[in-house]
Design a protein around this ligand. Structure first.
Ligand code: GLA
Length: 429
């Protein structure tokens, strides 16, 4: 442990960082689409946290094929796809009826007159991947047919349609009614779909949406999952405490995922829920809205957590600030760093926090974060951050490089209310 950080000769300097974010090309998408072998077909997926867009936060029950096509177009024209946001996921309320004779699940033809398969083809033609939603219970959370007892039939339909990602919810599952939070039941229900997906032979990212009560981080990977929700739904609100009946705020979601670092890594990620960035209380989920500073904090902290980055705003109509927050390549590179480590909270005092995330190339990211309602100055030393005293580092502050040009024996910086700043430390050569 070091006594004084001045021994490190820390200097805040501009330093190049690796911006190796996930930017797919059409050929890469095709290559990943090709089926290799049935066993282990879903292994090797989600080596970095999945990035994309999900329909729920903004469109909710009003999702339809036109908005999905327009969203696919916008993901390309805005540069989101090339920044790494490649999954386009239709959430709940796409379903029509289940055929009572064959068990086949159909789309709602009024909303998807051309059919899901043709929509998936369109999404793929844009160099994106296509995701869909179902539920481990008899009904989805929106009350439409769930996959309970129909896992194999549904998985096959999804694979035939060209689905690359399945979000799988937990409403109306057998133990949901008794609310006994039975791990065994959840494991069995998610394994049934995980196995069915593998059996299709198509690589499909499996997103477990059980919300956390049955600790899916303990068994998510074992049932074929690549990510698992760690809390209830996040609404477009900064601070609302945990509860089973209404969505939570960004702060509560941060605290729910905070101590789960050891369960995140390549192939299996903690999922603190989708991004509310850019919603401005205009979407389906509401909550009152957040400031751009708060949205920026969500994007930054999700990246510090190696969390999936699933956008939820209307990407056809983004403000300049929303665009800047979502397309910040340096922040995305933190999320997509190949080491896949989730940040650890190293320091907390008077509502000020410092988080540390190891990065590839002997670097790490330090995020400093102000939970308070007023501006405050944070000061963290090497002891707090557990930085070796024998090593010198260059540091780069990602949002405001200009403010960072000073030597220090502590990392000291002023943060406005709810603001987060990130420093990348790399060893001095
Ligand atoms: C649950 C999930 C949400 C969303 C809705 C859809 O609440 O947690 O993310 O998928 O269901 O009904």
């Amino acid at each position: 442990m070091i006594k004084s950080i001045s021994a490190l000769g820390f200097a805040i300097l501009m330093a190049l960082i690796n911006t190796g974010c996930n930017s797919p090309s059409g050929s890469e998408v095709k290559q990943k689409d090709s089926v290799t072998s049935i066993s282990g077909v879903n292994e090797g997926l989600a080596k970095t946290p999945p990035m994309g867009w999900n329909s729920w936060n903004v469109f909710g029950k009003d999702v339809n094929e036109q908005v999905i096509r327009e969203t696919a177009d916008a993901m390309v024209s805005t540069g989101l796809r090339d920044a790494g946001f490649i999954y386009l996921v239709i959430d709940d309320i796409w379903q029509g009826e289940r055929d009572s004779a064959t068990g086949q699940l159909h789309e709602d033809k009024r909303k998807f007159p051309s059919g899901i398969k043709s929509l998936a083809d369109y999404v793929h033609s844009k160099g994106l991947k296509f995701g869909i939603y179902s539920d481990a219970g008899t009904k989805t959370c929106g009350g439409l047919p769930g996959s309970y007892g129909f896992e194999e039939i549904d998985a096959k339909v999804f694979a035939d349609w060209g689905v690359d990602y399945l979000k799988y919810d937990y409403c109306y599952s057998p133990d949901y009614v008794s609310a006994n939070n039975d791990y065994k039941m959840a494991i069995a229900r998610y394994k049934a779909m995980g196995d069915a997906l593998k059996k299709t032979g198509r690589p499909i990212v499996f997103s477990i949406c059980e919300w956390g009560p049955r600790s899916p981080w303990l068994w998510g990977k074992e049932v074929g999952g690549h990510l698992w929700r760690t809390s209830y739904d996040v609404a477009d609100i900064w601070d609302r405490p945990n509860n089973e009946h209404s969505p939570i705020g960004i702060l509560t979601s941060i605290d729910a995922v905070a101590n789960l670092s050891r369960f995140a890594g390549p192939g299996g990620w903690n999922d603190p829920d989708m991004l509310v960035v850019g919603l401005k209380n205009s979407g389906y989920i509401k909550g009152g809205g957040c400031t751009d500073t708060e949205y920026s904090t969500q994007m930054t902290m999700w990246s510090m957590f190696s969390a999936p980055l699933m956008m939820g705003c209307d990407v056809r109509n983004m403000s300049e600030n929303t665009r800047k927050i979502l397309l910040n390549k340096d922040i995305i590179a933190i999320d997509q760093d190949p080491l896949g480590k989730q940040a650890i909270r190293m320091f907390r005092h008077n509502g000020l926090e410092a988080w540390k995330k190891p990065l590839s190339g002997d670097r790490f990211a330090i995020a400093v974060f102000n939970r308070n309602e007023n501006a405050s100055t944070i000061s963290v030393g090497g002891d707090d951050l557990e930085i070796e005293d024998s090593t010198q580092y260059n540091a780069r502050e990602l949002y405001e490089s200009a403010t960072a040009a000073k030597r220090f024996h502590k990392l000291t910086t002023r943060l406005s209310a709810h603001e987060t700043k990130v420093f990348i430390l790399s060893k001095k050569s």
